[in-house]
Ligand binder design. Sequence first.
Ligand SMILES: C[S@@+](CC[C@H](N)C(=O)[O-])C[C@H]1O[C@@H](n2cnc3c(N)ncnc32)[C@H](O)[C@@H]1O
Length: 221
Amino acid sequence: MFNTIAGRYDFLNRLLSFGFDVNWRHQAIQFLRKKRPAQILDIATGTGDFAIKANSLKPEKIIGIDISEEMLKIGRDKILKKKLEGIIELQLGDAENLHFPDHSFDAATVAFGVRNFEDLQKGISEIYRVLKPGGAFVVLEFSKPDEFPEKQVYQLYTGILMPFIGKLFSKDKSAYKYLPESVKAFKEGKEFLAVMQEAGFTNLAMKRMTFGVVSIYYGEK
Ligand SMILES: C[S@@+](CC[C@H](N)C(=O)[O-])C[C@H]1O[C@@H](n2cnc3c(N)ncnc32)[C@H](O)[C@@H]1O
């Protein structure tokens, strides 16, 4: 699905989030600022926006991995345009079978990716494995507002408007119907923190933003 929608992915991200996604990524990266990570792994990097944002931390190296070659191609073009090819490298790779040795990275990040993992616990445990002791993990992911009237507005927007706009602009007519469905099925909030804890993460923290439509999760190895 991501191979098919890659060409319009960035445009629809900005449009469907009313540009909020830029700030959400910024807020999530702030969780790593104190750690000053030198080696960063961005999982499910897609077109590389979160990896590019992580460059504001001035690391030595950022590796982004994704299973979609088409998303990566667009990401590589952006990185070349920004002259960041010496720092950011995008590779084909599966979150659930990371091709890196244990204790390789100071920080790991995933933006809008964990809800797509087939085996969530396995993916999170793999990320734990490749982090160095003391390494930090940040996740940015959609969540659902649970109070009136945000809940009702959200349901209307994601149930009707989002699939309609997605259908107009995207090559995959069902992709933006899949998005709210995958958010609905995702274990969010305390349930997701429990998955992180089960993998071994400690010093857990969570922050809900923009009426609860997205959440940041943080943990350390
Ligand atoms: C919604 S996009 C997010 C892209 C990017 N992180 C961003 O913030 O815009 C989700 C990405 O997860 C990737 N993905 C899904 N399952 C994956 C897996 N098991 N391993 C690596 N990438 C995966 C998809 O190919 C897609 O590019």
